[in-house]
Design a protein around this ligand. Structure first.
Ligand SMILES: Cc1cc2nc3c(=O)[nH]c(=O)nc-3n(C[C@H](O)[C@H](O)[C@H](O)COP(=O)(O)OP(=O)(O)OC[C@H]3O[C@@H](n4cnc5c(N)ncnc54)[C@H](O)[C@@H]3O)c2cc1C
Ligand code: SF4
Length: 488
């Protein structure tokens, strides 16, 4: 701990945003950089706790007090080394993570927590700027081959770890470019895609073979892949979208959020062959679903120039602060307001969409909702009840369904004879990531269901350790939180 009184001297400060009227004119990231002195002061706020609860909050077990201290001391290269020892891609989590570490930070008990995520982003961006992030190919090869199927954060992290262990890794991706939801779900205003490209270039320089446009299970049988490789890791995500099977759901203008977001990300990437255009321009947009996907639809619709954007959430409005029954250091269910929410949306809670209304040409022109309440009884699941007399009609020409994902696709599982749970997550325990078929492993959303980037990276790293152990009998890859670096 460099500065013992840091947390008493400095208030929390994070990067500010460009004004709304400027940022909604384009799809670029809009955070404003902080001065080095300000970042060092933020690092100095860390108390280097005897029991750093931030570690337990972080699914990667990031060595947070160590890199905070290095930043305070201006040892940026050391900070980058510490950060990369537990996290392959801090540039993704530093921008996109909801930061469970900050909710668990001890300072957060009676003060604002340390700005861990912002420090993380600035460490890795400094490292890229200074040229410290370079390819580190393995010193020797084991002669073993591994297929990683799916190139989201789980697949990318696993591929890099397995390559470091000396295995020859082939990463299969059915889309044109790698990145999974980082590339085709999350909009550029949250993370510009050159951030993925510069990292993928390093992975290729390290020797990972990347095959895009290959849909495993369709273009090539999963059984063929299994025969050709010594081990297979599945990281195909939870891609089955939840629908809203109500009257009018087939009207033109009722669109799955992922179709809308994926098309827009491709448009921003300069792709012109996009099929039927889905745009919010000049429309009254209703985004159904109050999570990350819904928030991304809001920011995108506003950038399209929607006439109005409303957001419906079926759950009740959570409190702004930490609820009493969810004490520190647990992750609290409180109202989250994203940068997109601040760009001009009206949010409605405890509201259920009952029916879509179309015109005579089959185009969406409105929808009907009613208010709902949740009846809770001790020991029982909450029951949803419609509030009588609250029906309301809304004008709406574009409804975006952002209600999450129900599980993973079953094609590969059927071809390989893999067991799945009732939600179609492929079965494998967190203890070893092994499926019921020897030599086949699974990580990320395809195993745990719809989750977070930080969990995907964590699972990719953990699974890589177990694939390596399966191939070699032992593994020198680090497990969760095992940074192999001395303290600064
Ligand atoms: C719109 C949206 C916004 C989000 N925002 C955030 C956020 O801000 N912060 C956060 O932490 N999390 C966010 N998430 C969640 C996060 O993106 C996911 O939890 C994470 O990407 C899961 O990583 P993954 O590697 O398991 O799978 P994915 O990222 O889903 O990647 C799976 C990849 O596998 C490929 N694939 C699937 N099947 C095959 C096959 N048979 N052959 C070849 N390739 C295949 C897919 O094309 C895809 O590229 C968001 C999710 C969405 C949908
Ligand atoms: S819990 Fe907070 S104050 Fe304590 S070591 Fe972690 S980041 Fe620093």
């Amino acid at each position: 701990m460099g500065k013992i009184t840091g947390f008493l001297e400095f208030d929390r400060k994070v990067e500010e945003y460009a004004p709304v009227e400027d940022r909604v004119k384009n799809y670029k990231e809009f955070t404003l950089p902080m001065k080095e002195k300000e970042l060092k002061d933020q690092g100095a706020r860390c108390m280097d706790c005897g029991i750093p609860f931030c570690h337990s909050g972080c699914p990667l077990g990031n060595l947070i007090p160590d890199f905070n201290d290095a930043v305070y001391l201006g040892k940026w290269e050391k900070a980058a080394e510490i950060l990369h020892s537990t996290n392959n891609f801090p540039e993704f989590t530093g921008r996109l993570c909801p930061a469970p570490c900050e909710e668990a930070c001890v300072l957060g008990i009676n003060e604002d927590p340390v700005t861990i995520e912002n420090i993380e982003k600035n460490i890795v961006e400094t490292a890229f700027k200074k040229g410290w992030v370079v390819a580190e190919p393995p010193a020797s090869r084991t002669g073993k081959t591994v297929a990683v199927i799916g190139s989201g954060p789980a697949g990318l992290a696993a591929a890099q770890q397995l390559n470091r262990a000396g295995h020859l890794v082939t990463l299969f991706e059915r889309d044109e470019k790698v990145g999974g939801l980082l590339r085709y779900g999350i909009p550029d205003f949250k993370m510009e895609k050159n951030i993925i490209d510069r990292r993928v270039k390093i992975l290729e320089e390290e020797g990972i073979i990347i095959k895009t446009g290959v849909h495993v299970g369709v273009d090539v049988l999963a059984t063929e892949i299994k025969d050709q490789f010594d081990a297979v890791l599945l990281s195909g995500g939870a891609t089955v979208r939840r629908g809203l099977p109500i009257e009018g759901a087939d009207l033109k203008g009722v669109v799955q959020a992922m179709d809308f977001l994926k098309q827009n990300n491709k448009r921003v990437d300069g792709i012109t062959d996009l099929g039927e255009e889905i745009k919010a321009t000049g429309k009254n947009v209703v985004v159904i679903g109050g999570g990350d996907t819904g928030s991304d639809c809001i920011g995108t619709s506003i950038r399209h120039g929607a006439t109005s954007v409303s957001n419906f959430e079926i759950l009740g409005k959570p409190p702004v602060g930490r609820p009493e029954d969810q004490p520190w250091p647990f992750w609290p269910m409180r109202l989250r307001t994203s940068s997109s929410h601040k760009e001009g949306v009206e949010r409605f809670f405890s509201i259920s969409t009952k029916k879509f209304i179309g015109d005579k040409n089959g185009n969406l022109k409105g929808l009907i909702t009613s208010e709902v309440e949740w009846i809770t009884q001790p020991g029982q699941r909450p029951i949803l009840k419609e509030v009588p007399g609250t029906e309301k009609e809304w004008k709406c020409e574009l409804a975006l369904l952002a209600m999450g994902f129900t599980g993973s696709e079953m094609t590969i599982a059927e071809q390989l004879g893999l067991e799945a749970d009732a939600r179609t997550n492929i079965k494998a325990s967190e203890a070893d990531y092994k499926t019921n078929v020897p030599g086949v492993f699974v990580a990320g959303d395809q195993r745990r269901g719809q989750s977070l980037i930080v969990w995907a990276i964590s699972e990719g790293r953990q699974a890589a350790y177990h694939v390596d152990t399966y191939l070699m009998g032992t593994s020198y890859l680090p497990l969760k939180g095992e940074g192999d670096l001395p303290r600064v």
